[in-house]
Design a protein around this ligand. Structure first.
Ligand code: F6R
Ligand code: MG
Ligand code: MG
Length: 392
């Protein structure tokens, strides 16, 4: 049968700051969704990662379905009611529009969906990340789908020898979806050149070049682009079909041992290593470190198995220790250099006002400039801003 898997995730309130949703809030969302089983949807699973709640749903209505999106929206509205009742922090934080308008995309919650013909056995993974943005998946997806150092199937499996097509979105472009398709291995270096910039170019989908089937879907929401100001980091989700013509589950988890540095962490404005964690893990150190959970399922005729919680395995304890060390090392330098994100990515408006005020206080020392010109008259004076750019 043709099944659609939809994962929709949002932060609608949490305990003690942006830490973890209350059990009452999760139960409210879970019960709301469960009431729609055998009506709008076939099956569902609700979990949390950091301060976000992810609703996984299976159905036969295709992607971008109004009824399914509205169901998730209403579940989050109901959850917000409970969050308000309990006085949770940031109640309704990611619901950026007043009323549902046909599609939950562009309204705040993160969405990843795929419709496909079910294989006789259909395993897939969902990744949920908190305190970071969609570009956090760029490197691990690249390594799992395009690098034999992590995906031995690219060498060993004839089903994968043709490689994959990556659809990459320019998330800085806000007027419409601006997307490029690149085939690997042929255009590997072009892909790397784009994926280098996690804040602008984000993998949206990956397709097998052998079968044409979709292997991965990633949420590409940038909350800042919707709200025009900081309303929380984008906390992305990803959906990946595994095994057979796709990477094995283990090839999909392999790159997460790196604990690569991503944007996010405290106030969405820092750099921190991505820590693989079990589901329902809270946030603790400097509003981080950025987290990612991974649940594995099988689906048959739309019915889900129970999940396997991939990063709860003891192997990942060692990785978490290393990632903690990486986080602490970078935190030693506080706001300096790469520890804090570049100006364009700072999520709080306060610093813009601060720098505007300071900008007006800068003075150009005319006398000194004139003296320098006297010494070397052929050199044109350069503005301080140009000089800084040139020296980088
Ligand atoms: C990051 C995040 C937190 C908050 C921080 C301050 O995505 O959610 O780091 O930015 O706790 O929160 P506010 O501004 O709500 O007091
Ligand atoms: Mg939050
Ligand atoms: Mg969050």
């Amino acid at each position: 049968m043709k099944v659609t898997v939809s994962v929709i995730k949002a932060d609608v309130g949490s305990i003690g700051g942006h830490i973890v949703p209350s059990s009452a809030l999760i139960e409210t969302v879970r019960n709301f969704v469960a009431r729609e089983k055998n009506k709008t949807i076939i099956d569902s699973y609700v979990s949390s990662t950091g301060d976000d709640i992810a609703i996984l749903m299976t159905h036969d209505r295709g992607v971008e379905d109004e009824k399914v999106h509205k169901l998730a929206w209403n579940a989050f509205i109901e959850g917000t009611g409970m969050a308000k009742k309990q006085g949770l922090y940031g109640a309704g934080q990611d619901l950026l529009k007043d009323a549902f308008s046909g599609n939950i995309r562009g309204m705040g919650p993160a969405v990843a969906e795929m419709e496909f013909e079910e294989r006789p056995n259909e395993p897939f993974l969902i990744y949920a990340a908190d305190k970071t943005d969609p570009g956090a998946y760029n490197l691990p997806l690249y390594l799992s789908f395009a690098d034999p150092m992590h995906c031995s199937g690219l060498i060993l499996s004839p089903k994968m020898s043709k490689g994959f097509r990556f659809d990459v979105m320019d998330v800085e472009y806000t007027e419409a979806d601006r997307v490029i398709s690149l085939n690997v291995p042929d255009e590997l270096y072009d892909l790397a050149a784009l994926l280098r910039d996690n804040e602008r170019f984000v993998i949206e989908g990956i397709y097998s070049r052998d079968t044409g089937d979709q292997a991965a879907a990633v949420s590409t929401t940038r909350l800042r682009n919707i709200a025009g100001k900081y309303t929380g980091k984008d906390d992305p989700i990803a959906l990946v079909r595994v095994q057979g013509a796709f990477p094995a589950a283990g090839e999909m988890t392999s790159p997460y041992q790196i604990g690569h540095y991503v944007a996010g962490f405290m106030r969405g404005s820092h750099t921190g290593p991505l820590m693989p964690v079990g589901i329902n893990t809270s946030v603790t150190f400097f509003d981080g470190p950025p987290l990612v959970s991974c649940l594995a399922f099988c689906v048959h005729e739309g019915i889900l198995t129970e999940p396997a919680d991939i990063f709860s395995h003891p192997f990942w304890n060692y990785v978490r220790d290393r990632v903690s060390r990486k986080a602490i090392e970078l935190r030693q330098q506080g706001f300096s250099g790469i520890a804090m994100l570049p100006y364009s990515e700072l999520e709080y408006g306060g610093i813009v006002e601060k720098l505007d005020t300071l900008e007006k206080r800068f003075v150009v020392r005319k006398a000194a400039t004139a003296k320098r010109q006297e010494k070397s008259p052929s050199r044109k004076p350069v503005s301080p801003r140009v000089a800084v750019t040139a020296s980088r």
